[in-house]
Write a protein that binds this ligand. Structure first.
Ligand SMILES: Nc1nc2c(ncn2[C@@H]2O[C@H](COP(=O)(O)OP(=O)(O)OP(=O)(O)O)[C@@H](O)[C@H]2O)c(=O)[nH]1
Ligand SMILES: [Mg+2]
Ligand SMILES: [Zn+2]
Length: 285
């Protein structure tokens, strides 16, 4: 029987088979040794053993895998960002967008807690910046439910991962999308203490796609061999027409990106994050 790993709690996978049956699973020893970690999102073959239990006999090849948060076979990322406490980090936002581009998965930005935003101008500047680059930006509030149905009524398939810092409102959004599910949400008194409320990645069915709620995280490292992959993730500079087609926009003569950043025509934060990502993710930089 084939199934999907929908939860990995304390290293015990739960697999849902095509008819909706759930099994708490063990891994056959050989798989443990040969394939290393199993991830939520993995497609597997299982053989039932006891009622509600099964053994995983095979892990099917993965299309891709994220390691932070750990999810396999990802179609898209909902990169969660909030302008209210605990404020989202623009550096992490850009890193997540670049990660999606490098892994060749879709990414959409989901702004949460818009009901709490006082500085509406700042919010619309943020939205304008990322929409101009080419991202879809959703404005949502789990409290008022603004934007929630719009977000899930778009036709989506595969696994979509909510990714963002702890306290950003990922689980609250899941709860707003799926009111009948039991989803733990952070208590107000704990906000900003850097504690994760969601502890395990979990897949939940929404319309035609699977939604992954994940624990918040603030570290994001990748190893990228080809620096071109980082450069091409900054879509807004594609038509900069620098003198050298292979310009990395650092200190090359005839570069059109650096002067435009100085003039404020390209966003300076994005440029700073680009340099940082090159340094941190590409070993040869
Ligand atoms: N006013 C308001 N508060 C919200 C909204 N969304 C989330 N919150 C609050 O923000 C806090 C954190 O929300 P969670 O959904 O637990 O955050 P999370 O991203 O799942 O956090 P981790 O599981 O730790 O990664 C909770 O106290 C929520 O009540 C919103 O749209 N409006
Ligand atoms: Mg959560
Ligand atoms: Zn250049």
């Amino acid at each position: 029987m084939q199934g999907l790993v929908v939860l990995l709690e304390a290293n015990r996978p739960t697999v849902e088979t095509e008819d909706g049956t759930r099994f708490l699973c063990y891994l056959r020893g050989k798989i443990k040794r040969d394939q290393g970690r199993i991830l939520v999102g993995d497609r597997v073959e299982v053989t039932p053993t006891d009622p509600g239990e099964a053994v995983i006999t095979k892990v099917l090849p993965r299309a891709n895998a994220l390691f932070r948060p750990p999810v396999a076979n990802v179609s898209g990322l909902f990169v969660v960002f909030t302008l209210v406490e605990p404020k989202g980090s623009l550096e992490l936002l850009d890193k997540r967008l670049v990660m999606a581009d490098v892994l060749d998965v879709d990414a959409e930005i989901v702004v949460t807690k818009t009901d709490l935003v006082e500085n509406k101008e700042k919010l619309s500047r943020f939205v304008q910046l990322y929409e101009a680059i080419g991202y879809r930006v959703w404005m949502t509030s789990a409290l008022t439910r603004v934007g929630v149905s719009e977000l899930i009524d778009v036709l989506r398939t595969g696994i979509w991962v909510l990714i963002g810092e702890s306290g950003a409102g990922k689980s609250s959004l899941v709860k707003a999308m799926l009111p009948e599910e039991h989803v733990a949400v952070q208590e107000l008194s704990r906000i900003g203490r850097g504690q994760q409320t969601t502890r395990w990645v979990r897949l939940l069915q929404v319309h035609d796609f699977w939604l992954a709620d994940t624990p918040g995280h603030t570290a994001l490292d990748m190893v990228v061999r080809d620096p071109h992959r980082i450069r091409s993730a900054f879509w807004e500079w594609e038509d900069a027409a620098c003198r050298f087609p292979d310009c990395f926009h650092i200190d090359e003569p005839g570069c059109n990106v650096v002067p435009k950043v100085r003039l404020g025509l390209y966003d300076a934060n994005r440029y700073r994050h680009y340099r940082l990502i090159l340094q941190q993710w590409v070993k040869s930089y």
